[in-house]
Design a protein around this ligand. Structure first.
Ligand code: HAM
Length: 420
């Protein structure tokens, strides 16, 4: 029979790498909760309009990468390419803004973009995403980057840099857009067809073009950071000041643009040079105005997302997958002992103690080998003799010592043993 393959660019996450994923997810939950964020889960399918209105009609994501299709009733839907728009939608739809305590959210899950698959770039990928609504203070901009760095540190990622920029507000962007348009008009021969179109409808999007010849042209383009209005300049300098006071190293990158239209003021990316062409492990920024534009109250917002596949790839390169195998193994000899061992394993598990056994009735030697392979710290060994005496042997595989405990006391005894 012909075998069915997964969809191109969509991957299984297999036992050989799951340890990293779990480590990342657990660290995210722990740290984000410590910073006051609560989890929110939204559907992977949304109305297409949600993304065109928030991410922007002329972005690569909306123009080229979206999985969009009419459903059976002809309504246009899209698989979410990111989480921000969905979380904002949910925040508005469920009147969450009425509760001043429910304004900081995190979420994890699959996103979909029809990009050309390569290392670190997939069509289904996963993000861990954070959004905070209602706070305009630059203190929060710094705090959220501090939290991002802490998260990456806690999962053990080394060697990434934080790049920051400010995209200004609608006011200071208006005059910048004009000077950029003039510049782009003078460079028309050097631009790709997409950029020739975009320079009219949305010139800021040209800055994000990945085509080499456009990138060369843009090296001499005017820089938005140099033309910020006073309030935006002040906001950005206070963000930098707070970052320094939080001992969070960063580099200002005036040419950093983000691929989504909703950003204003602070934007940031975590970058690495260890992932080939894909340098961004995560990115985010402020989006005051988005909640209002999607029909909600005029509340500011800021957030970021980290690409889990990229993070896991980097952790894999550093080696040593964290494993969480059963701490106990129950090895038995003879059929009566095997049945008793089976019951003991279930009793251990019921008591919250991870335990494994050999289901196939192999030799004691091969059971011990399996316990070793699984990395079990302790092995209970039960033969017919021990069973007859109501005892069981307990071997500490690390300390390489063995003792006898009463069979009826095995679970209670297991509870007292070191968890390391
Ligand atoms: P983004 O920069 O488009 O931002 O994506 C965030 C991260 O998702 C990227 O830095 C990257 O690690 C990962 N990523 C994006 N596309 C792919 C792909 N095709 N394959 C693998 N990983 C990918 C956003 O999505 C914003 N919603 C972030 C945000 C939240 N801004 C404010 N709040």
């Amino acid at each position: 029979m012909e075998r069915i393959q997964a969809v191109r660019g969509m991957n299984d996450i297999l036992p050989g790498e799951i340890g990293w994923w779990q480590q990342v997810e657990e660290a995210a939950r722990r740290i984000f909760q410590d910073f006051g964020y609560v989890e929110i889960r939204t559907p992977v399918l949304e109305k297409l309009e949600l993304f065109t209105r928030s991410i922007g009609e002329n972005t690569d994501i909306v123009e080229k990468e979206m999985y969009a299709f009419p459903d059976r009733k002809g309504e246009w839907l899209a698989l979410r390419p990111e989480a921000t728009a969905s979380i904002v939608r949910s925040f508005i739809q469920n009147d969450l803004y009425a509760d001043p305590l429910a304004r900081k959210f995190y979420s994890m899950g699959p996103m979909f973009r029809h990009e050309r698959p390569q290392k670190g770039r997939y069509r289904q990928f996963h993000q861990v995403d954070v959004e905070a609504f209602g706070i305009d203070d630059p203190m929060l901009d710094a705090e959220i980057m501090f939290m991002l760095r802490l998260f990456l540190q806690k999962v053990g990622l080394a060697g990434v840099g934080l790049h920051i920029n400010s995209l200004g507000c609608r006011d200071c962007r208006k005059s910048y857009r004009e000077s950029l348009r003039v510049f782009l008009a003078s460079q028309a021969e050097g631009l790709c067809p997409d950029c020739l179109r975009r320079r009219e409808v949305n010139p800021l999007r040209v800055l994000d073009c990945k085509v080499e010849r456009c990138k060369t042209v843009l090296e001499t383009a005017p820089v938005l950071l140099e033309t910020l209005c006073d309030p935006c300049r002040d906001h950005f300098s206070r963000v930098q000041d707070y970052l320094s006071r939080l001992d969070t190293p960063f580099a200002v990158d005036p040419r950093m643009v983000r691929g989504l239209d909703y950003y204003m003021r602070t934007t940031f990316e975590v970058v690495t040079d260890r992932l080939g062409a894909q340098s961004a492990v995560g990115g985010g920024g402020r989006y005051n105005g988005l909640i209002r534009d999607l029909g909600g109250p005029d509340l500011p917002g800021i957030g970021f997302a980290v690409g889990m596949e990229r993070l896991v790839l980097l952790l894999q390169q550093q080696g040593g997958m964290p494993r969480r195998n059963a701490r106990f193994f129950v090895a038995t000899l003879g059929s009566a002992a095997r049945e008793e061992g089976f019951l003991l394993v279930q009793r251990l598990r019921s008591a919250g103690i991870g335990a494994e056994l050999d289901y196939e009735g192999r030799s004691l030697k091969s059971q011990m080998r399996r316990a070793d392979k699984l990395g079990a710290r302790f092995v209970f060994i039960l033969g017919e003799d021990e069973l007859g005496r109501g005892e069981i042997q307990l071997r500490d595989m690390r300390e390489k010592n063995q003792r006898i405990v009463p069979l009826g006391e095995a679970v209670r005894h297991a509870r007292t043993l070191p968890t390391g």
